[in-house]
Ligand binder design. Structure first.
Ligand code: AHM
Ligand code: MG
Length: 337
């Protein structure tokens, strides 16, 4: 094999060597890579397998329809992370409470949280979907991890990333030293470095939001979007609107091209005044990635990574992307209360 070919496993090993760790964190990452390959293979076949395509008829803890592939992906990630002895507790968007490692396996130092298959309502129509993950070190000393281990602010993440299952499968991750993206080469089953040291433009030309909610947005969000559509903005001409409705896909495009994604507060559902997205499984990991790439993530009022979580399935407004764009949104939110 070409010595210059940087597979993700090699990247993980080389990073570990630089840090001189025991390899526990690397083992966690490698299991996530493995799980991503398994899910990728299933997603690619979703249209073929009648028993995989379509809903189970159940709803998950946050009230969304559960698709069979969600259930499958959730199980794959839990199983892959359970037996290695490096994880003490997990949490998933698909599960009500924390997920403990079965008694028969040793417990390790790491806490892993994930959204196993985000945007799953898009599966049936062949639109890109993704996995998002977030890794912390435990606060408790030993044994099973606890809820407290899971409820840490995002700036304490040890690593985070996402996988996009699309025209190709791409895994993007960061351990706090920049962001790298790897594309799955299906012929050899390896993720290969394709997007080294990703930096997001300081300002973008794209905004991504579900603008059908405009009438339910706060004055600051309305004024901001009006501004982007006018010729009074930084580019002196309207921004472009791009909204897939699959967070990972919208985020990935904006990360590479520059832009701002918004899922702000709205008044549609009084039970979800802070928007739809979850702090632990969606906002935190993507905020970690975007900051590592030179961007920024905010609720409109505060940095996402500074929020001390109060509960597992906490929702937050998420404004994320190119730094100057997100800072400008904050200014509009401040001035238009
Ligand atoms: P999910 O976690 O249930 O799949 O929902 C999250 C998805 C995101 O991928 C996407 O950004 C958002 O829901 C779209 O929501 P909306 O249809 O309200 O625009
Ligand atoms: Mg989700």
């Amino acid at each position: 094999m070409d010595d210059r070919l940087m597979t993700i496993e090699r990247h993980i090993i080389e990073q570990q060597r630089t840090h001189g760790g025991k390899g526990d964190f690397s083992a966690v990452l490698s299991q996530i890579v493995f799980a991503a390959k398994v899910v990728s293979a299933q997603v690619a076949q979703a249209g073929l397998a009648e028993n995989i395509l379509g809903g189970t008829g159940d709803t998950n803890v946050t009230g969304d329809d559960v698709q069979k592939l969600d259930v499958f992906a959730n199980r794959v990630f839990i199983n892959a992370l359970s037996y290695i002895g490096k994880v003490c507790v997990m949490a998933s968007e698909e599960e009500d409470g924390i997920i403990l490692v079965p008694d028969k396996y040793p417990k390790g130092d790491y806490v892993v949280m994930f959204d196993p298959l985000d945007g799953s309502s898009n599966i049936d129509v062949d639109v890109s979907i993704g996995t998002i993950f977030s890794i912390f070190k435990r606060l408790t000393k030993e044994g099973d991890g606890t809820l407290e281990d899971c409820l840490q602010p995002g700036y304490k993440q040890f690593g985070a990333g996402y996988v996009i299952y699309s025209s190709s499968t791409v895994l993007v991750y960061s351990t706090g030293e920049g962001v790298n993206g790897f594309t799955l080469d299906p012929s050899v089953g390896e993720f290969v470095l394709s997007h080294p040291d990703i930096k997001t433009p300081k300002r973008g030309k794209i905004y991504s939001a579900n603008e059908a909610y405009y009438n339910y947005w706060k004055p600051g969000t309305k004024a901001y979007i009006d501004h982007l559509k006018s010729d009074g903005n930084a580019h002196k001409k309207p921004y472009s609107l791009r909204y897939i409705g699959s967070l990972v896909a919208d985020f990935h495009r904006n990360l590479l091209k520059g832009g701002i994604f918004l899922y702000p507060e709205d008044t549609i559902d009084p039970k979800k005044p802070t928007g739809k997205l979850r702090l632990l499984y969606e906002a935190n990991p993507l905020a970690f990635i975007v900051e590592q790439a030179g961007g920024y993530a905010s609720t409109g009022y505060e940095r996402i990574l500074d929020i001390a979580p109060a509960k597992l399935h906490q929702r937050v407004p998420l404004i994320i992307g190119s730094k100057d764009d997100v800072l400008e949104y904050e200014e509009f939110a401040r001035k238009n209360k």
